[in-house]
Design a protein around this ligand. Structure first.
Ligand SMILES: NC(=O)c1ccc[n+]([C@@H]2O[C@H](COP(=O)([O-])OP(=O)(O)OC[C@H]3O[C@@H](n4cnc5c(N)ncnc54)[C@H](OP(=O)(O)O)[C@@H]3O)[C@@H](O)[C@H]2O)c1
Length: 354
């Protein structure tokens, strides 16, 4: 590497989502994220959405009509049996991801499953085993991973531009009014901040700092029983740590910064859709920056779909950008986060929404 090259952020190799080969998609579970994912695919890719599947026939018919989707199915079983569907996108609550993914794979379909990949590590490993046994693709829809600026950040770390990464600080925290109809407040539907927000942070840490070998958490539990506020420290066993905040009790700016022995990477907020990635030297002098023109989630979801389409068309069953085995490992980390948090409940004053 030349001296000049060490001061520049590497260009990402992520291709335009519109250039990805087209697959035929079926959408399972027609809630809020499926609306956004469908809009992103329809407006920003050549992917074909050929079927929608809901537990309720009228809901499916309405979704299909609004999005110009040719077929509407009144059950998930009917959707996965549709011979025209290549890949099923699963937008159901986390507690159902395993059963929905198994249903799809047993019908011979590839799977893109919303985060969190599964409700627990046992289910996550079973999903990976099913994919490998059947030779079918499965991937967690961890959308920030697939964005060009995030891949540039990863290339910068791999090229040693910041030396050994030592500290990642990142937060994902928004105040949520108590709403019993929101799955976030439901232990049964896999709610809580670990699986809704901590998952993004644990995945970012896994990408930039490496797999978590140590986990330490202090946290607060909501009256509904879900985890509501988590201060998380993940160690990589080589002196690197991530300090992460996931919360539904406080608001935070969605900052992220990765500091290493030779410099830092700073993600302008919100880090998951960062408008600017900056490379700084060890004194804090700006060396380079990269602007991103993605402004809305709906501009971003098309990248994960394009990645799935490229890998499947090339005959792969796991994406190198978000390997299914890494999703299972992150599921283990989430379980450890929750068990460390539970050990801290007893000494914490429970917080309540008034
Ligand atoms: N990538 C992201 O940015 C993002 C953002 C938000 C959420 N998510 C993830 O996406 C998943 C869904 O979240 P969402 O916000 O879209 O939830 P949502 O609006 O509640 O939609 C979930 C859908 O799942 C289906 N479902 C099946 N069984 C259900 C049950 N027992 N209770 C409730 N719904 C059931 C329903 O569809 P039918 O009635 O049509 O069957 C429902 O509309 C979660 O895993 C969440 O973590 C991802």
């Amino acid at each position: 590497m030349t001296a000049h090259a060490t001061h520049r952020l590497p260009a990402s190799r992520v291709e335009n989502p519109r250039d990805a080969p087209a697959l035929r998609w079926g959408i399972m579970g027609l809630g809020s994220i499926s609306e956004q994912f469908t809009t992103s695919l329809r407006t920003q890719t050549r992917q074909q959405i050929v079927a929608a599947g809901s537990r309720t026939a009228s809901k499916s018919a309405d979704f299909a009509r609004r999005h110009g989707i040719p077929r509407a199915h009144g059950s998930y079983e009917e959707l996965v049996a549709d011979p025209d569907v290549d890949i099923v996108y699963i937008g159901t609550p986390t507690s159902l991801h395993h059963d929905c993914a198994m249903l799809a794979m047993r019908a011979g379909k590839h799977v893109l499953v919303e985060k969190s990949f599964a409700a627990n590590p046992l289910e996550a490993h079973a999903m990976v085993a099913e994919s490998e046994a059947r030779g079918l693709f499965i991937m967690e829809a961890m959308w920030p991973r697939f964005l060009p600026f995030m891949q540039s950040a990863l290339l910068a770390v791999e090229a040693g531009l910041i030396g050994d990464p030592l500290t990642l600080t990142a937060d994902l925290a928004d105040y949520n009014e108590y709403d019993p109809s929101n799955y976030m407040f439901s232990p049964e539907l896999g709610g809580g901040v670990a699986r809704d927000r901590g998952i993004y942070l644990a995945s970012l840490s896994s990408l930039l700092i490496g797999p978590a070998s140590t986990v330490s958490v202090t946290g607060l539990q909501d009256r509904t029983g879900v985890d509501a506020h988590l201060n998380i420290t993940l160690g990589n066993g080589r002196g690197g740590y991530s300090q992460l905040l996931a919360s539904m009790y406080v608001n935070a700016p969605s900052n992220a910064r990765l500091s290493g022995t030779r410099g830092s990477l700073s993600f302008d907020p919100p880090w998951y859709l960062s408008p600017r990635l900056t490379l700084l030297d060890s004194r804090g002098t700006v060396l380079d920056s990269l602007d991103s023109f993605l402004r809305r989630d709906v501009d971003a979801f098309c990248y994960e779909a394009a990645e799935a389409a490229r890998v499947i068309t090339a005959g792969g069953i796991s994406s190198p950008l978000m390997p299914a085995r890494e999703s299972a490992a992150i599921s283990e980390t989430l379980e450890r986060i929750l068990s460390s948090a539970r050990a801290s409940w007893s000494s914490a004053t429970p917080a309540h929404h008034d």
